[in-house]
Write a protein that binds this ligand. Structure first.
Ligand SMILES: *Cc1c(COP(=O)(O)O)cnc(C)c1O
Length: 416
């Protein structure tokens, strides 16, 4: 180890890194003296690709010059603009093109998906979620339960890790599914838990849940662009994600949804809007809604093109690199971080992220000592603090370097 926790060693790893040049494709935030910050917060807001501005400019120019005609005559016509994103999204989540759609925001999509996939009936009315799920997800599932006339106290099962453990065990979720399968209507987990960074075994859980006739959906806010996903092959019913975390598409940018092909022609109930209507006669403005038989059928409105342009700019980079190569670097980068952290005083900090993880590492600070977080922030680290006692850091393989990881470790060590 002693040879690894040096600046020189980190620099050497950067030299060997075939993706190191991608850092130059991003704007790295700086402090007031113009020095680059150590940005480890891509799990919260991904950095801006330098080419994003040109993508936005193109649409602003076409809007200025063409006005409404841009819907058909813009260089990238706005009418089918969302279709330009399907291939990129599909590659990231492991889907076929017709299964993904860029629309709305994450929580809105989660609600729309539950309209179709949370169908409580009789005794089978429960939703399973992680106890430490992101609050918005808990609000969303609870309000859906109430909307159907049930009570979250009765109908929401929040699964917790075992006493003294930080991560959920697949076997414990499996047991819950087997024991209570006849009461559970929907299994809705984060693909990667936002707090601990744990990646769930989505393939196995989907299979087990389906055996009990349970619908399966994942919130991929922390998974899309971070870990390997094969939603189609895993037979997941639906998934939602946002594009502003690992997908680097800008604050509040348009989200994504996946609906498995097998549901496209079904009669599942859905909330409808004109953008989900058959494209052939959408502009004949018929009264009867005729859903497009793909994920596009779940669209409500014509989408914000400027936001989609930012997503396109970002997806270009993902397309060029490919998820497999990205994940390969991600593993090296985060393994290096963990190796370094393991040399630090375990009486003061403790890693709660299990081995099943993407790039995020959650560092529990003993006694909830937030001054440690404040200290590293002052020294140029951008990470985040999650109550009650966790610092989350995410070395993002597209733009973080091994030197970033080393510098973070060095600052943390000297602040303990
Ligand atoms: C970031 C995040 C959200 C955010 O939801 P928005 O609708 O985009 O505001 C929701 N759920 C999870 C798990 C998240 O990590």
């Amino acid at each position: 180890m002693s040879s690894k926790n040096t600046k020189e060693f980190a620099r050497q790893l950067d030299k060997e890194d075939q993706l190191s040049s991608y850092r130059n494709e991003f704007h790295i935030p700086r402090d007031e003296n113009g020095n680059e910050l150590i940005y480890l917060c891509g799990n919260s807001l991904g950095l801006q690709p330098k080419q994003t501005r040109a993508y936005l400019d193109q649409e602003l120019t076409d809007w200025a010059q063409l006005g409404v005609e841009g819907h058909l005559q813009a260089k990238n016509p706005w009418m089918p603009y969302h279709e330009f994103l399907s291939e990129g999204y599909a590659k990231i989540v492991g889907a076929v093109k017709s299964e993904v759609i860029a629309m709305n925001s994450l929580t809105v999509n989660l609600h729309l998906m539950m309209v179709s996939f949370y169908r409580p009936e009789g005794k089978k009315h429960k939703i399973v979620i992680e106890a430490d799920a992101f609050p918005s997800d808990i609000y969303a599932v609870s309000s859906q339960i109430k909307h159907h006339g049930y009570e979250p106290d009765e109908s929401l099962i929040k699964i917790r890790p075992r006493e003294g453990e930080n991560a959920l065990r697949t076997e414990d979720i499996a047991k819950l599914i087997a024991d209570k399968g006849d009461e559970i209507a929907l299994l809705m987990l984060g693909g990667v838990n936002y707090y601990t960074g744990q990646v769930f075994d989505m393939k196995t859980l989907t299979k087990l849940a389906h055996k009990e006739d349970i619908c399966v959906g994942f919130d991929l806010a922390h998974a899309a662009g971070n870990v390997k996903l094969e939603l189609h092959n895993w037979n997941v019913d639906f998934a939602v994600w946002c594009s502003y975390k690992y997908l680097n598409s800008g604050p509040g940018s348009v989200a994504g949804a996946f609906i498995h092909e097998k549901h496209h022609k079904s009669n599942l109930p859905k909330f409808a809007g004109w953008w989900g209507h058959n494209k052939e006669n959408r502009f004949k403005m018929p009264d009867d809604f005729e859903a497009i038989e793909s994920a596009e059928g779940w669209q409500l409105s014509n989408p914000p093109i400027l936001s989609l342009a930012a997503i396109r700019a970002s997806l270009c980079i993902f397309d060029e690199v490919g998820m497999d190569i990205l994940i390969e670097k991600s593993k090296k980068l985060t393994n290096y971080l963990i190796e370094l952290l393991e040399t630090l005083d375990s009486d003061k900090i403790n890693i709660i992220t299990p081995d099943q993880r993407g790039c995020q590492v959650s560092i529990q600070v003993k006694k909830g000592n937030k001054t440690l977080f404040d200290k590293i922030t002052k020294k140029g680290v951008v990470a985040d603090w999650r109550e009650p006692d966790v610092i989350r850091v995410a070395p993002v393989p597209l733009y973080n370097s091994f030197t970033d990881v080393y510098k973070f470790y060095h600052i943390l060590a000297s602040s303990l």
